[in-house]
Design a protein around this ligand. Structure first.
Ligand SMILES: [Fe+2]
Length: 240
């Protein structure tokens, strides 16, 4: 923490959630191929299946985009940024193995949403936006705090006519919205609750790719022992 100015209150953001963002500049032709490929994977379906819910590939057989030739190079570059994210969090990449579990497209038509959820099976999650103009019109990614410790009295931050003055600012925000932007990659802990707000743009279907990543111990040699705080490398598991 920095030095204190005499007599002045200083607030420090303790324990921040690590939201990673990388703006990429994809080749428009590659993006066009990827949009076409996603439309082919989606076929005649347009929801999940509730008409208000976006179509998501993980529920519809399209959960391994990283093995699809139109996406493999893109996904490989996204995974490089995921490794950087781990390094920024303090991980020694020699002491962990990073695995891509699942990688799927999400397509959101007008007014479609993805409800609030998190990914309990994964450790790091990521979203890459194939389109979006940064305005939020196509439906923001909404991130929710795990606990609102600064709220002091639970419920105040989302209350109506409560005692909080005006805009709640960063100390008591009930959520943070992130606008989709073509070529933007975001990374966050998988246990962070999130949702996708309605696509409000009748002229722009919203296309994104989700990734779930998991950490394990690196594979160890005969007679070696993996650290107890990580699952052993999946190649050393035994199906029973
Ligand atoms: Fe999600």
């Amino acid at each position: 923490m920095g030095a204190l100015a005499l007599g002045q209150l200083a607030l420090e953001p303790l324990f921040p959630v690590a939201l990673g963002r990388v703006q990429l500049a994809p080749d428009p032709l590659d993006t066009a191929f990827q949009l076409q490929a996603i439309n082919e994977l989606r076929g005649g379906a347009s929801s999940n299946p509730d008409p208000g819910c976006a179509w998501t590939g993980d529920l519809n057989g399209a959960w391994q985009l990283h093995r699809h030739p139109a996406f493999a190079p893109l996904i490989a570059s996204l995974l490089g940024h995921a490794r950087s994210y781990l390094q920024e969090l303090g991980f020694d990449l020699n002491q962990v193995s990073l695995h891509l579990q699942r990688c799927w497209p999400v397509v959101s038509e007008l007014d479609q949403v993805v409800g609030r959820h998190h990914h309990p099976n994964a450790h790091v999650s990521a979203v890459y936006y194939l389109n979006g103009d940064g305005s939020g019109r196509q439906g923001c990614l909404r991130l929710y705090p795990q606990r609102q410790v600064n709220e002091l009295v639970p419920g105040l931050a989302v209350g109506h006519g409560g005692p909080l003055a005006g805009a709640q600012g960063p100390w008591n925000a009930p959520w943070i919205d992130l606008a989709p932007q073509a070529g933007l990659l975001v990374l966050f802990p998988s246990n962070l609750d999130h949702a996708v707000l309605p696509n409000g743009d009748p002229d722009d279907t919203r296309y994104s790719i989700s990734l779930d990543l998991a950490l394990s111990a690196p594979a160890v040699g005969e007679g070696e022992t993996p650290p107890e705080y990580l699952a052993p490398h999946p190649s050393q598991w035994q199906e029973v």
